[in-house]
Design a protein around this ligand. Structure first.
Ligand code: HEC
Ligand code: HEC
Ligand code: HEC
Ligand code: HEC
Ligand code: HEC
Ligand code: HEC
Length: 501
């Protein structure tokens, strides 16, 4: 049986060549990936997205070419048989052709279903989400790899289970690819993610409130910006639940997500950093209390048009996976880890001065600037330290740059400053967005800022001479450096948001 005449045209031929070549390349890549465990982000992109797309394109070109040829021939008035062929099973060539065509189709359908299954997996993989658009996603991917969720897939939080969310995320993904190609995406990528799937559907796949702990210990090591980089440690017992396991979520920090409790709020702006209006509904009794910020009340107009947001995990844990540490935090961690020698006098101060006085636009120049400025600092302020401890200075700079690289991303403008962390209240208002003694209900109730509401301080002070709390009691917070009288009136962020500026 001969091939139809209409196949004899260059478009169909090109289509066929594209299809065959991409099929061969795909087969080759699949075989390679069987032998090499890690193919990298781009192998998957080629094997499961680009090559199959080319294959389909090639296959589409074949009938398109045929159709064009028939039209052309018809227009020119030449005779050409376009009538349907008659298949005669008595002829061996016809039988073979049908067999070949049938098997070919079956094989193609089989391969493409395996292919689309793999493509599905691939577009759900961390390498696809985190590495394909490397420059854009590098801040999120890098911080993710250092987070407690480094072994949890991006899609577990960002997409979750179910076809609707899969389609939703892929549609918005297409738009994202477009905005990357046309360089239209914002630097930094905007936060909060308004289209994030409700946290109760994602986080609670793995953390369900019935199994929360009543308490968690948080031990922090700090190094002050003085001559000795003096260490100051704080041990807190976080009252995530009630004091006893049997108390469930009836009190404590996770009270907000007790199934009987609903806390709604209206933020002043999309950023959710100021919260002037809070409503607490006790779903069991129906009691409702509305708290308004007495210093910065919400104007009537915004209030009447706003849709309140119901508080969920993300309103506190907004950085479970992408935590951009502050310069003071990552420097402290590098000192604690021994990557920056604690014995090098004034290093914390030097580092903070540089970090808070420079702005960076590109990683390479940032590294050079930091290196130069630290050395300049020692040259002008403490030349004898530079002379006698040059190696220490070099080592400290390496440690600082290491911390910098993993937390500040000049190209994307991604850093602690762009992505506030809502757990805590020191650099960002976090809990104090509501718990600032300023949110008052009509009957005069306030959302409390009591220092023992959320945690008790078990230990604080220098490691060789700490204050230690008695069993089941809390120490009164002692600020690590002496402050002027009256500092307790304000918020910690009044000083700490840009502490070293
Ligand atoms: C444990 C859950 C979790 C995992 C795993 C996770 N994310 Fe996120 N991601 C979040 C949350 C929560 C936010 C911030 C939501 C908010 O504040 O609105 C976020 C925000 C983002 C943003 C917006 C910018 C920002 O930081 O607010 C991007 C982009 C992003 N994630 C990409 C990724 C990529 C890529 C991966 C995998 C490499 C990943 N995420 C893994 C929970 C997660
Ligand atoms: C696929 C399972 C999974 C999902 C989904 C998930 N987590 Fe986790 N989460 C984990 C694992 C595993 C750990 C690490 C436990 C450990 O290190 O002991 C963890 C740890 C945590 C911790 C403790 C971190 C710490 O510093 O000790 C918090 C808080 C947390 N997750 C919050 C969230 C939030 C909020 C979400 C939703 C945005 C979420 N998780 C989604 C599995 C998950
Ligand atoms: C959107 C506003 C809002 C934010 C943000 C917020 N809270 Fe609350 N919180 C409330 C309200 C409202 C109450 C109940 C006040 C009342 O009527 O007693 C409350 C009560 C509490 C209680 C007491 C629960 C009990 O009865 O035992 C704790 C503990 C608590 N919050 C901890 C936190 C922590 C920790 C954070 C930050 C990680 C935080 N809250 C952030 C609104 C908020
Ligand atoms: C009111 C703020 C707030 C809300 C809402 C909240 N958390 Fe937490 N959660 C905290 C704080 C504070 C801690 C203590 C750890 C810390 O300070 O980092 C904590 C600790 C945890 C831990 C580690 C300890 C443990 O019990 O295993 C997990 C996991 C966790 N939260 C998951 C969740 C999930 C899931 C949700 C949503 C269903 C949620 N949290 C809602 C504030 C909150
Ligand atoms: C509404 C809850 C809440 C209240 C009220 C509260 N805190 Fe906190 N505090 C937190 C949370 C959450 C953290 C973060 C723990 C962590 O790092 O994960 C924290 C952290 C701290 C830390 C440790 C900071 C560090 O990095 O070492 C100190 C110190 C502290 N609080 C002092 C206070 C003092 C003093 C008050 C009273 C003015 C107070 N807190 C009131 C929730 C609260
Ligand atoms: C009047 C300004 C001011 C206020 C308000 C303030 N601090 Fe500080 N804080 C400082 C200064 C200055 C340092 C010293 C920094 C250094 O030497 O590195 C400091 C250091 C600290 C440190 C040591 C670790 C670090 O981050 O350097 C902690 C912890 C701390 N403050 C907690 C708090 C808490 C909690 C509050 C709110 C209850 C608060 N501070 C309010 C000025 C302030």
């Amino acid at each position: 049986m001969k091939l139809p005449k209409s196949l004899d045209n260059s478009i169909s031929l090109i289509g066929a060549i594209i299809a065959v070549v991409s099929l061969v390349i795909m087969a080759f890549l699949v075989i390679v990936s069987l032998f090499l465990e890690e193919g990298g982000a781009y192998t998957g992109l080629f094997t499961y997205i680009i090559m199959p797309a080319l294959l389909v394109l090639g296959l589409i070109l074949i009938p398109v070419g045929m159709w064009l040829k028939i039209r052309r021939v018809k227009k020119s008035g030449q005779p050409m048989s376009t009538s349907w062929r008659v298949i005669d099973f008595n002829q061996r060539s016809h039988r073979n052709a049908v067999l070949i065509f049938g098997f070919g189709t079956l094989l193609f359908v089989m391969l493409s279903s395996i292919g689309s299954y793999e493509a599905y997996h691939y577009t759900e993989s961390n390498e696809f989400c985190g590495e394909t658009c490397h420059k854009v996603m590098s801040p999120e991917y890098t911080t993710y790899q250092e987070s407690p969720h480094a072994r949890v897939g991006c899609v577990e939080c960002h997409v979750g289970a179910g076809a609707t969310w899969y389609v939703k995320s892929k549609l918005s993904g297409l738009y994202q690819v477009y905005s990357v190609l046309t360089n239209k995406y914002p630097h930094p990528i905007e936060t909060p993610v308004h289209s994030l799937r409700p946290a109760r559907e994602t986080c609670q796949q793995c953390h369900w409130p019935e199994q929360f702990y009543p308490n968690q210990l948080v031990n922090e090591r700090h190094f002050l910006a003085d001559s000795a980089n003096s260490e100051w440690n704080i041990h807190l017992r976080m009252r995530i639940g009630s004091d006893h396991r049997s108390g469930g979520l009836a009190e404590g920090i996770h009270w907000h997500i007790n199934p009987n409790i609903q806390v709604d709020y209206i933020p002043a702006t999309d950023k959710r950093e100021d919260i002037p209006w809070v409503r607490y509904i006790n779903l069991a009794t129906g009691d409702t209390t509305i708290y308004m910020d007495s210093e910065n009340p919400l104007d009537e107009e915004t209030l009447s048009s706003a849709v309140p947001r119901t508080m969920d995990c993300i309103d506190c844990h907004n950085r479970p996976s992408h935590r951009y540490k502050t310069p003071q935090d990552f420097t402290d961690r590098q000192i604690a880890a021994g990557n920056i020698p604690k014995s090098l006098p004034y290093f914390k101060q030097a580092a903070m001065q540089v970090m808070f006085s420079e702005s960076f636009t590109n990683l390479d120049t940032a590294k050079m600037t930091i290196n130069d400025r630290i050395k300049e600092y020692y040259e002008t302020e403490y030349p004898d330290i530079l002379a006698t401890q040059k190696d220490s200075v070099e080592k400290a700079i390496v440690g600082l740059l290491d911390g910098f690289e993993r937390n500040i991303f000049p190209y994307m403008q991604a850093s602690w400053d762009a992505y506030p962390d809502h757990i805590g209240h020191i650099e960002f208002n976090g809990c104090f967005r509501c718990h600032n003694n300023q949110h008052v209900s009509e009957s005069g109730k306030v959302i409390s800022q009591d220092c023992n509401l959320c945690h008790t301080i078990l230990q604080q002070g220098p490691p060789d001479n700490p204050q230690v709390a008695q069993f089941n009691q809390s120490l009164e917070f002692e600020h690590p450096v002496k402050l002027k009288k009256g500092w307790k009136e304000g918020l910690c962020t009044d000083c700490h948001r840009y502490l070293y500026e």
